[in-house]
Unconditional design. Structure first.
Length: 503
């Protein structure tokens, strides 16, 4: 099952336009005990199995508790699962569950509720990929469950913590009503009376929540605002405390004394789906893929299209993390002469023809792609389509312009970017590259910190093989008032509420 939530959503931010919704100030007695968040997109679904991880974090984390959370370094930490252990063969994950928790409909959270949720998530169109390696779930006792795995899965806990272990009332799951309204045990309850779907969602603090100190605000309002300019203006007028931001506004944000938080979130470039040349023969020659890498000036594109908000790099492992190797960034220095020489050596001095998909989201990069590939003699015919159709169909082409989410966890990056079938990578082709296959095997034979040097070796190998053409890694940026901090989490397009704090 393809992980379709790994979408190109961040590209919308700089180019989509919409009006900002006015809201009233609900702070009481002069004490700021509420918070208003401007995020990019509306909630996709209240059903955790159907929701998109990307921008749904603030909505779902208000009403649901997860089995597993992540800390600021993306390490799994307890949620409704208080602890866990793996069997010696890493094929059984046993979890101890938190007691005394109830859902908003009064139903208890226990082993049966956890199993009901996990079965629901495994069957979910969007959530199912997380549990692809899980063969089944079992109740050990009233406070303990076990997940049985078909194969070792070092990314499982990370994905669960990223947003794939939200627990809902089993009664709501059975009634198939979650798509209409959330029923969780989270730190807040959804205030339908004060909310306007599509415009503003209000959540009221639940008294006595087990993790009360992590959620300091009396009420939370989340406003989907597709235009960062409108979000900026809403912050200026005091209507928002946090805004998903346009990096071009950072100087003005600092002038206003706001906090600015940024971190890499996506990689931008060309995804090769046909590295073996089965559909487009030239792409099966590594010299052609390397030529395309050398032909693009990623640093210039970061400056001109990406507003300088990010890191010029040719890697898909996030900058600054354990598997990232800064020395690899010189591997494909911008060099058109070298690119042309490689094309000639591969037998394509005059280039070749290719059809590429295009949609409105990616048009800012289209002229550069057309011009740069043209210099190599690669003649592009564009197939225009809607943004929704682009995600459905882009990977049916041998290559396409991509803005794809990064994962902060090294094992998840290997799984999501290299080894597993995804909507953007329908033919992983690992077996067709012996050294890649060998390194993947070594990684799968180890675990934890022992994997990191091997993953760095794999990063170097796929970079050398020009697995894709990365121009740069783009930041996500958030503005907040000076009394509120936001901690960006690579893997979450908008952080969950535990990463929004006072001070």
């Amino acid at each position: 099952m393809k992980r379709i939530w790994r979408a190109t959503l961040v590209a919308v931010a700089a180019f989509a336009m919409a009006a900002c919704t006015n809201t009233a100030d609900t702070s009481s007695g002069g004490a700021k005990n509420d918070i208003k968040i401007g995020t990019l997109l509306d909630v996709t679904s209240w059903d955790p199995a159907q929701a998109d991880i990307g921008f749904d974090g603030p909505y779902l984390s208000a009403v649901y508790d997860p089995l597993v959370s992540l800390d600021k370094d993306s390490n799994p930490v307890p949620g409704l699962a208080t602890s866990w252990t793996y069997s010696s063969d890493r094929l059984t994950l046993t979890m101890k569950l938190r007691s005394g928790v109830k859902f908003s409909d009064g139903k208890p959270f226990d082993a049966e509720a956890a199993l009901s949720n996990l079965e629901h998530l495994k069957a979910g169109v969007r959530s199912g990929q997380t549990y692809a390696n899980v063969s089944g779930f079992k109740k050990v006792d009233e406070g303990t469950i076990a997940l049985n795995l078909k194969k070792k899965d070092d990314a499982l806990l990370y994905y669960m913590g990223l947003g794939r272990s939200w627990m809902a009332s089993p009664a709501a799951i059975e009634a198939d009503s979650l798509a209409k309204a959330p029923v969780g045990s989270g730190p807040y309850t959804f205030d339908t009376g004060r909310s306007t779907p599509g415009s503003e969602y209000v959540f009221t603090k639940q008294s006595g929540h087990w993790d009360d100190k992590t959620f300091p605000f009396g009420s939370v309002s989340v406003l989907p605002i597709p235009d960062p300019t409108a979000s900026f203006n809403a912050m200026l007028s005091g209507q928002l405390d946090i805004a998903y931001a346009n990096a071009a506004d950072i100087p003005r944000a600092k002038e206003n004394g706001w906090n600015v938080a940024s971190d890499v979130a996506t990689w931008v470039g060309i995804q090769f789906t046909d590295r073996t040349g089965k559909e487009l023969k030239p792409l099966g020659d590594v010299r052609v893929r390397r030529a395309i890498n050398h032909a693009f000036d990623g640093a210039a594109m970061l400056k001109s299209v990406g507003q300088g908000a990010g890191v010029a790099t040719n890697q898909v492992f996030p900058a600054g993390r354990a598997a990232y190797d800064e020395s690899l960034n010189d591997r494909y220095a911008f060099d058109m002469d070298k690119a042309k020489k490689l094309m000639a050596e591969a037998g394509y001095a005059d280039g070749f023809k290719v059809t590429l998909p295009m949609s409105s989201i990616f048009q800012p990069w289209q002229p550069s792609v057309q011009q740069t590939l043209g210099k190599l003699g690669i003649k592009v015919t564009w197939k225009n389509m809607s943004p929704a159709d682009y995600q459905k169909n882009a990977a049916t082409y041998p290559m396409f312009v991509a803005v794809l989410a990064l994962d902060s966890n090294p094992a998840a990056s290997v799984d999501g970017r290299i080894t597993s079938q995804q909507w953007f990578n329908p033919n992983p082709s690992v077996k067709d590259f012996p050294e890649v296959d060998k390194l993947v095997g070594k990684i799968e034979a180890t675990t934890g910190d022992a994997q990191v040097p091997l993953i760095r070796d794999l990063n170097e190998e796929i970079t050398d093989q020009a697995w894709q053409d990365v121009w740069y890694q783009a930041n996500n940026t958030y503005f907040s008032t000076k009394d509120i901090t936001v901690t960006p989490i690579t893997g979450m397009m908008f952080p969950t509420l535990r990463f929004v704090q006072r001070g």
